[in-house]
Design a protein around this ligand. Sequence first.
Ligand SMILES: C[S@@+](CC[C@H](N)C(=O)[O-])C[C@H]1O[C@@H](n2cnc3c(N)ncnc32)[C@H](O)[C@@H]1O
Length: 220
Amino acid sequence: MINTTDSNTWKETNHGGVMSNAIIDLQKNNFFEGKKVLELGGGCANHTKLILENNPSLLVTTEIDRERLEVTKQAVEERFGKAQNCEFIIADWLNVDGIFDVVITNPPYFVSGKYNRRYFIDQLILNSFNRLAPGGHLLFVQSSMADISLTKKRMEENGYDFEILSQQSFQWRDYYFLDTAFLQMCDNNPGSYFIKDDKRWEILYAVQGKLRSFSTQISH
Ligand SMILES: C[S@@+](CC[C@H](N)C(=O)[O-])C[C@H]1O[C@@H](n2cnc3c(N)ncnc32)[C@H](O)[C@@H]1O
């Protein structure tokens, strides 16, 4: 992977940094305190550790395979020892049991391995409601290149109050230019990046969705 030193060590990227800053801002209001939190794709545990600092009642952190999960777990244990309120499980995205107050992730995008690079974002928007209590929060980070207006539309369609918590611009990473399919996709969607000083820039957004309560109403 592009931002790893080996296949199981994930280093914080710009996306991860934007999510970290959003978590730190949320902590100021004790957002995670006492909550049941599901973190998908814990990776280097950058977010796992920040969330644990805020005393959730439970944090379930997932990874796609055992080696990666071990990296996440070790990073947490180096900092907190064996935290009683933290569980580590292998799971493929939202295939997890339980109901949570918060689902949080920095989803795979550029290297999603899917034809639809938005696959993991779209899965979140479509299926997180199965894991969230009414009024629960879905938090994630995404690039302008993943089409933020489409995310807003899909979240509203799927019962979330949509909010951008923060945003920050970054120069394109060099490896973006190596993927011709990605370049073509961006050229078909000019709003996905902007040009400054002859360089291409993306905007990274920390996104929050609050799940509305709903019921099916049948009128007679
Ligand atoms: C963009 S990285 C984020 C890692 C870390 N949370 C961060 O922000 O730096 C995405 C993480 O999701 C994991 N992942 C990829 N596919 C997954 C899947 N299907 N289910 C769960 N995790 C997955 C990857 O192993 C990786 O650690």
